[in-house]
Write a protein that binds this ligand. Structure first.
Ligand code: URA
Length: 305
């Protein structure tokens, strides 16, 4: 892909950690490097490459050796599981809620066990994310709050968040928060996650947890009316594309990139999760390609002022 970057975008890419590839001498211009001015990173070390390419999480601990088979126990009739203490059904009518009611519903949600270990719910951050309904051009969807986000009640405030901020800055976007607006940069983006509560020890979200949280994300999209959604990582991609991409759970993240999907009629571009990019520097160039794809699909969207 040929990128025509101005000086400022090059500076922003440097901030994002993306190195610009220099064309080789003419006689060496063959093979995969023989393309026009492409942003590229450095190869991940072997240790970095061992991280999950789709979630950015370290590999799971080795599974202990299987025990020798034992005689199968006779099936025991079980009573239906009682709801865990402290849990309550999700509130009704989410699909009709206005923004303040939706915020309150998330803040009080006790529909799954994550409510017992969270410090805070993390609804999202964007312009006027207080009581007034914000509408935005861009919606970024990540996976779930981590330790820092759980404490701060704000998505993407840790190291992955710093990279996300730099990625947004490369698009001339800035998270809506109290920080003063940078010149020429728009706060026209809302950032949220599939899960609104932190999974303990940053484990992967479980399907039942994703299903419990899904109506909240859906209502956020309906109310925010974004014109472009960036789905970062496997869980965001799977959650948003489950109704439009057959067997999306079986498709590697890399194969969902490079095309424009749709969620509730809003275009969706899939990219790597920033936590994965922190460990896999070589894929930052691909993430930049994804951002360029999103910007090219939506050239009229506000991503600068
Ligand atoms: N990772 C996410 O997916 N979301 C956050 O808010 C923080 C880290």
């Amino acid at each position: 892909m040929s990128l025509d970057l101005d000086k400022r975008q090059r500076a922003m890419l440097r901030e994002m950690g993306v190195r610009l590839w220099q064309p080789p001498p003419a006689d060496a211009a063959t093979g995969p490097g023989a393309i026009d001015s492409v942003a590229t990173g450095v190869r991940p070390t072997r240790a970095e490459a061992q991280f999950d390419t789709e979630t950015g999480r370290p590999p799971a601990a080795p599974v202990p050796a299987a025990r020798p088979p034992q005689a199968a126990a006779a099936p025991v009739a079980r009573a239906p599981a009682a709801p865990a203490p402290g849990l309550q059904p999700r509130p009704d009518g989410i699909e009709l809620m206005a923004w303040p009611a939706l915020q309150a519903a998330v803040a009080g949600c006790r529909a799954c066990a994550l409510c017992t270990s969270r410090k805070n719910t993390v609804f999202g951050i964007g312009p006027a994310a207080g009581d007034v309904l914000p509408t935005v051009d861009w919606l970024v969807v990540g996976e779930a709050p981590g330790e820092h986000e759980d404490i701060a009640a704000e998505p993407f405030v840790g190291q992955a968040g710093k990279l996300l901020d730099n990625m947004l800055l490369a698009m001339r976007l800035q998270r809506g928060s109290d920080e003063a607006a940078r010149p020429g940069v728009a706060k026209n983006v809302f950032i949220t996650n599939v899960l609104k509560c932190r999974p303990p020890a940053n484990r992967n979200p479980e399907p039942a947890e994703v299903a419990q949280c899904e109506p909240y994300l859906k209502r956020q999209v309906e109310l925010l009316q974004p014109k472009m959604i960036l789905a970062l990582g496997k869980f965001a991609a799977q959650s948003l594309l489950q109704d439009s991409v057959p067997e999306v759970h079986k498709i590697p993240l890399g194969k969902l990139r490079g095309q424009v999907h749709s969620y509730l009629g809003v275009p969706v571009v899939v990219s790597y999760h920033p936590a994965y990019l922190l460990r896999s520097l070589g894929d930052k160039a691909k993430a930049w390609d994804d951002l360029c794809l999103a910007m090219s699909v939506a050239p009229t969207l506000t991503h600068s002022v």
